[in-house]
Structure formats: C-alpha cells, structure tokens
Design a protein around this ligand. Sequence first.
Ligand SMILES: [Zn+2]
Length: 476
Amino acid sequence: MEYEAVIGLEIHVELQTDSKIFCGCSTAFGAEPNTNCCPGCLGLPGTLPLLNRRAVEYGVLAALALNCQVQEKSIFARKNYFYPDLPKAYQISQDDYPLARGGYLEIDLPEGSRRINLQRAHLEEEAGKLVHAGDSIMSAAYSLVDYNRAGVPLLEIVTEPEITSGREARLFLEELRRLLRYTGVSDVKMEEGSLRCDANLSLRPAGSSELGTRTEVKNLNSFRAVEQALNYEAERQARILAGGGEVIQATCHWDDSCKATVVMRMKEGAADYRYFPEPDLPPLLLERSYIEALKEKLPELPRQKRQRLRERYGLDDEEAAIIADTREMADFFECAAESYQDHRNLANWVQGDLIYQLREAGKEIEQISPALLVELLEMLDRGEINRPVAKELLEEMVKSGASPRRLVKKRGLGKISGTEELAPLVEQVITENPEAAENYRRGKKKALAFLVGKVMALTRGRADPQELNRLFKEKL
Ligand SMILES: [Zn+2]
C-alpha cells in the first residue's frame, strides 16, 4: 500500500532579549555555567515572576510576521513535569489561551508556492540545559545541569499537521528562520540552540483523510537532521505497517551519528502535564492599538523582498533568494545598485565571489562598503583591470577594506596594453621559445595561443591579449 506522510512541527525560538522572561538575569550565551541565575529562575520558594515587556513585544512581532491573530487576552499556565533541568518542577507556558492563534507561512517550492498553516504561537520559559557525559544521552554515565538557560524567553510556534515530506519541513524551517531573523526577534542560531525543532509524523494510506499513530522526533539541531530524521521515520513506519505491525505512539531521539531514530519514552498526553492557570501572573492583556503599532514596525519580509528584487532589478529566482537571504545582504545589493546599473552583473558578483570571500575572511556583509564593490566593477567594465585581477582585488578588499583603485596603483595591477611595454616581453618569449615561434611561422595557428599564454603568465594575466596577438603576428 502507498502511504503519505503527515508532519507537524513544533518550533522553539529563543527571543533575543537582554534579560530572562520572568527575572532580570542575563540571557548571554556561553557564560560560565550557573552564573546567570537568581532565586527566581532557580525556582527557590518565595520568589515571584515578573513578565519581561520586551519578550512580549518580540513574541507579538514574530506572530504578526507569521500572519497570526494576536490575542488581546492570553493566560500563562503551569505545565507540570519533573525533570532535572526544570528547577521549579513546572514550566510557565501558555495552554488554552495562547498569545496568538492561526497564521501561516508561505514557502516557495520548485513546483510552486505552498501555504503551511499554523495552529498557534505562545510564550514560555526555557528550561535549563543538561550536558551529558560522553557522546549521547543514551550512553551517558552522568549528566550536568546548567541553569543559565532556565527562564530565557521562548516563543513556541506550532504548525498544522500538513507538511508532507522531510524536504518540505526543511524548506519551511529555512524560510521561518529567515523571517524571524528579518524581524530581529531572535538570532535563530541552531548551533547555539536558539532555534530548535521537534517534529511529529504519522502515515496514512494515500488519499485517505484519517490520521495514523504519530511519533515525535526530538533533538533535531540542524535542517539536514530534520530532513533526514523525517525521511527515516517515514520509512521506518512504512516498514512496520507493511509487515502488518502497529506503530506505537512514542517520543524518539534522532541520533545524528547513526542516522537513526531511537525510541526514548512513550509519549505523554496533555493530561500528564496537569496544566492550570499560573496563579502568580495576571492574564496578559494587550490593547489593539499596541498590536497595531507593532504591525507598523514590521520590516519588509523575505518573500516580499524577493519579489521586489525580481521585479525591480530583473533578478531570477535563485539570485533573488540568495540576495534576500538576509536584510543586510539585500541592503548591500540595493545600495550598490543605486550607482551601478548592470544589476545582473552586480548580483552575480555578490552571490558568487563576494559571499565566498566573506566566508573565507570570516566577515559580515555589513563590514563591506557597497561603494568599493561598485568601484571595482567599474574598473573591470572600463577594461582597466582584467577578471583574474578583479577577483584578487576583491579578496584583498574584503580582507582589509582597502579601495580597489588604490590597490591597483600601489601594486601596479592595471592592464598592460601599450606597445612599448609589451614589445620587449614579446621579444623575450620568442627568444625563449624558438620552437613555438618556428611552428607559427610554418603555419601552425595553435602556436600563437601558446606564445600569448607565455606573456600572460609573465604579466600574471595583466597583458591585453588582443594587443599581444597583433604584436606576435607583426614580429613573426
Ligand atoms: Zn534569574
């Protein structure tokens, strides 16, 4: 029987506030373990939570960017469970009255765009971080706990179960990360855990509308892991069903080194968490005018930006996607495009050589002046330098921020085209390669290219090849 996958995602996003959601402790990543803690986030008796205004603002901004209906009234709730990374033995979250409902994110697939609907987005606090000895949670002899992370504000975003493949899940997450980065509410660094994803998957007979038993996969800390884990889980469930077996509802752990899911525990139901309204926090009431004011603050979002880049500058889908990947990259491009008219050529350099050199130099696009790239491209267009030299200059320009024009002067990298400069080199090459010169005289056209190549090598590509052709023909 043919099956189709039904996938839902739960994404946890750390909001990049300076302090935690219910106390004043710092949220800085990478601090000495257990130094950004206070009685409040350690769950000591007698402490009370105080809601961080900025966390609410960031949550609302993200929800608006995701087309959610932000609720004027939401209620914090205690989610009770016992785990060593949770000092209070409950997490302050939101249950029946989340910050935002509905919403959607549109993703671009090769076969067209697709709208993935969202169920909700709600605020909650992070748990601490368990550090397992050894390679994996399954084989660790002991674990250490760091409460620096406990109380960092989180936005949990839950999709409807309507994603159909690992690849689609990955594209959704990539677009979500881009969108959140645009809004500035999170640094969305998967490697630092500020964007995390759990996925649930079930199979159903193709064309049917009923849902099968679902399993949840945790510990997906890269987009590649999400795609691989979901593909693996779909195949695993299909094998069980094909063999006449039954899928058991469970939480699995994705083991990235074995490329396999491992069943950790049978899944809790919502009832196991015994949610009840948080008695220490009043309902969160937001005025419509506050929500509207935040809507005004939203920047142009990735999808709109890609479309505008295509229409205004004639970029193709791929170019627009690469350049609109971050706001900073798009700003750089648009700033350069104001004074440089060949937009496709500009896009080509930005998406290719410039991005490569930035990565090599470990620099960000904001550190480079768009005017310098324009200067370089204009020199190339006017024939003052050739392409290999332009690439060399770009590397130096990215590394040191130096002006390409000044670099050319300083290093004598300009194109050599004058007869008085080239003629001696032509002489020299003929003397050094008598055989090739003789071959050319006897009518072997290929020998000319060889001789020209020799001068190009001597000048490190700076000689004008047309001028060289002319000179060699004259001489021979
Ligand atoms: Zn604290």
